[in-house]
Design a protein around this ligand. Structure first.
Ligand SMILES: *Cc1c(COP(=O)(O)O)cnc(C)c1O
Length: 222
């Protein structure tokens, strides 16, 4: 199936309130254009340099999502144009995003990354660390970042019940925060292998790569 066919098949399946972010890391510009021409406008990338290079040559109405682990010293490269930064997992990073947003005269939307998986390799805050951050004086002073919600990755396992539990716990926590925060509207969870579970558990934003663009054929740097 072509990128176009994959995308259209996917879109048909999704509830209207769910945003589909097409994860195009490692994929050539031609594949992104094919998706763009099929109507896709939200694209997700994991590597700063790759994102910047693609942004320069692709249409300007694309909404670029940064979904990788962002290093503070690289925020400046994406601050002029990034639409949503998904993987924010420290106050220090938020402060740098705020600083670069101010320089660009923008308010940058962000999601806090929550750690819900069993693996030790995944980034993110615990529920408790997230609440502490949200209550901190330093956070309350940041005027050029806007927190729209949470992002997470489930364990990489065949055990659907476990994935379901992880997403459900995440959603309960999200809804609790949302009840006190009018800006909250995004729960970013669900990838190619677990998006159905994610939708059932309350996801509002999926990040889908291989089911749209095919398997990635060279290993990811990080
Ligand atoms: C690569 C990636 C995805 C997409 O994964 P697929 O399994 O190809 O759908 C989603 N989220 C993050 C954070 C990723 O790094």
């Amino acid at each position: 199936m072509s990128v176009r066919e994959n995308l259209l098949a996917f879109k048909k399946e999704l509830p209207a309130y769910v945003t589909l972010v097409a994860v195009s890391k490692t994929k050539p510009v031609a594949s992104l254009l094919e998706a763009y021409e099929a109507g896709q406008r939200d694209f997700g990338e994991n590597y700063v340099q790759e994102l910047v290079e693609k942004q320069e040559v692709l249409p300007k109405d694309i909404r670029w999502h940064y979904i990788g682990h962002l290093q503070s010293n690289k925020v400046k490269y994406i601050a002029p144009f990034v639409y949503l930064i998904h993987g924010v997992d420290s106050l220090k990073l938020l402060e740098e995003i705020n600083k670069q947003a101010l320089k660009n005269n923008r308010v940058i939307s962000c999601l806090l990354q929550i750690f819900i998986a069993e693996e030790e390799t995944k980034f993110g805050l615990s529920f408790e660390e997230c609440e502490t951050l949200l209550k901190s004086e330093q956070f309350l002073q940041l005027k050029n970042v806007k927190l729209l919600g949470l992002m997470a990755m489930a364990s990489n396992t065949e055990n659907e019940e476990q994935v379901n539990n992880e997403f459900k716990n995440l959603n309960s926590f999200y809804l609790k925060l949302k009840s006190e925060r009018p800006d909250f509207s995004v729960l970013s969870c669900g990838m190619s292998n677990d998006y159905k579970i994610a939708i059932d558990a309350g996801s509002t934003m999926l990040r889908i790569g291989s089911s749209i663009f095919g398997e990635r054929n060279y290993p990811q740097q990080s």
